[in-house]
Write a protein that binds this ligand. Structure first.
Ligand SMILES: Nc1ncnc2c1ncn2[C@@H]1O[C@H](COP(=O)(O)OP(=O)(O)OP(=O)(O)O)[C@@H](O)[C@H]1O
Ligand SMILES: [Mg+2]
Length: 439
């Protein structure tokens, strides 16, 4: 049986004895495949073409292959919490789990209020969903995190790499450069010792861009296929600490006649994301759109993809407009009470809204921001500072005009070809919706 075999045993397993449907097994065997190991590294389309199976069956085959690979990781001790739990008896005590969780770092968002509320930022090893209406800043927050995760360890960062799965074509190269430039400038202001000085010689916009691995998916089949290949990629890139999917909703909102098929695929996807977050020690950040739910004759804006999907993320964050303010609300988190904080999006990226509470210059590294969980270290707070002192309202106006220019910022790689000015209008229309949601 699949569940009892070790990784090596599983990879040596004959296709005829693994838990695939008889039809798929006979097609694979007829195509000349006899062992699971022979299918490793093949793409779903390759398997489709070679064995004449459907895309969905090819994904199931890859899942069987991945089962072997991930168990191999667990057996060698590289599986983290996920790896430790494999076996007939619990191999991890609650105390060990606590120690492991405490040693996990978080990725700060550069909005210190949000980080404090989340106990230091977005947690590595967990899944965080960012929901919100168009224009509320989901992509901006993702791009900010993609840069922040790379902040060198001596500045309180993770010195990590990031995989960005872009399903909407919303990855804007120019915007990433702007955000990266601001973070590099900010860290340069914080340099206090030789270690930091040396770190700054390699922490540049160019290196930041080189540590962002981009995957563009045009539909849900591509998304599922890429996700099957990602565990291998993450094994080969052990510095990866963040995986962004912007967004999960987009490829799943169309093309489904049968809702049950969508639910089944989404459940599988959720399992995969959770397993990947724990076994590869990455923060999984996914974005979701909002949809209107009619109940009792009343309409309500709720996150898309249905209620069962809502169980998948550990943390759910809602970005919304409330009048002239941008608000981020944690509406699901097992470890932190629900809370709402203000934020703004400036030309430098995702930031706190109320600048008046912060000194305009850099704060010393030893200054600790009180986090909800009281675990945030002083380095993290040092980097998570703002170095601008624009007012929230004033900034918003300039944001809007900057957003109007987004089209011209689009790079060849930034494939978004949707009508940005229409998106800008959608965004102002959404304020009212956001307020409804808020109330
Ligand atoms: N260079 C910039 N300077 C200031 N603000 C900006 C800049 N670029 C974008 N913004 C702000 O970010 C907003 C867009 O945010 P974002 O693209 O993250 O929205 P989203 O929630 O991902 O929307 P969608 O659901 O359409 O993908 C704009 O409305 C604008 O206010
Ligand atoms: Mg977006």
């Amino acid at each position: 049986m699949l569940g009892n075999a070790s990784g090596e045993e599983q990879m040596k397993m004959q296709i005829s004895s693994c838990s695939l449907s008889p039809a798929v097994k006979s097609r694979l065997t007829a195509a000349g495949f006899h062992f699971l190991s022979e299918l490793r590294g093949l793409s779903p389309s390759h398997i489709c073409a070679e064995a004449g199976v459907s895309q969905q069956e090819a994904l199931q085959v890859l899942q069987a292959v991945r089962g072997g690979a991930s168990r191999r990781g667990g057996a060698s001790g590289g599986g983290g919490v996920g790896g430790a739990s494999v076996g007939p008896f619990p191999s991890l005590t609650a105390l060990q789990l606590l120690q492991e969780e405490q040693s996990q770092r978080s990725i700060f968002s550069f909005c210190s209020q949000l980080d404090a509320t989340l106990g230091g930022g977005l947690p590595v090893g967990k899944t965080t969903e960012i929901c919100g209406a168009p224009g509320t800043g989901k992509t901006q927050l993702c791009l900010q995190l993609a840069v922040d995760v790379q902040v060198p360890v001596c500045f309180g960062g993770l010195g990590g790499q990031v995989v960005v799965v872009d399903t909407e074509g919303s990855f804007l190269l120019q915007r990433v450069q702007d955000i990266a430039g601001a973070v590099v400038k900010h860290c340069a202001l914080l340099v206090e010792d030789d270690e930091q000085r040396v770190a700054m010689t390699t922490f540049s916009v160019e290196t930041i861009l080189s540590n962002i691995f981009l995957v563009r998916c045009h539909d849900y089949v591509e998304l599922l296929a890429e996700l099957h290949l990602l565990p291998d990629f993450l094994s080969e890139h052990p510095r990866a600490r963040l995986l962004v999917i912007d967004s999960v909703a987009f490829p799943f909102r169309l093309h489904f006649d049968e809702l049950s098929q969508r639910t089944r695929l989404l459940n599988g996807l959720a399992q995969q994301l959770i397993a990947m977050a724990t076994s590869h020690n990455v923060a999984m950040v996914i974005t979701n759109q909002m949809t209107t739910r009619l109940r009792g004759g009343q309409s309500q804006l709720v996150p898309a993809l249905g209620e069962s999907w809502g169980h998948a993320p550990t943390i759910r964050l809602l970005l919304q407009w409330a009048g002239t303010q941008r608000l981020a609300t944690i509406f699901k988190s097992p470890g932190h009470p629900g809370a709402t904080v203000q934020y703004q999006i400036t030309s430098d990226g995702f930031r706190d809204a109320d600048q008046s509470e912060q000194p305009p210059s850099k704060r010393p590294r030893t200054h600790t921001v009180q986090s909800a969980a009281g675990q945030r270290d002083s380095n993290q707070s040092a980097v998570g500072q703002r170095d601008s002192n624009q007012s929230a309202a004033g900034q918003r106006d300039s944001n809007q005009s900057a957003a109007g220019q987004r089209d011209s910022n689009q790079s060849a790689a930034g494939q978004r070809d949707s009508n940005q000015s229409a998106a800008g209008q959608r965004h102002s229309n959404q304020s009212a919706a956001g307020q409804r949601e808020c109330s």
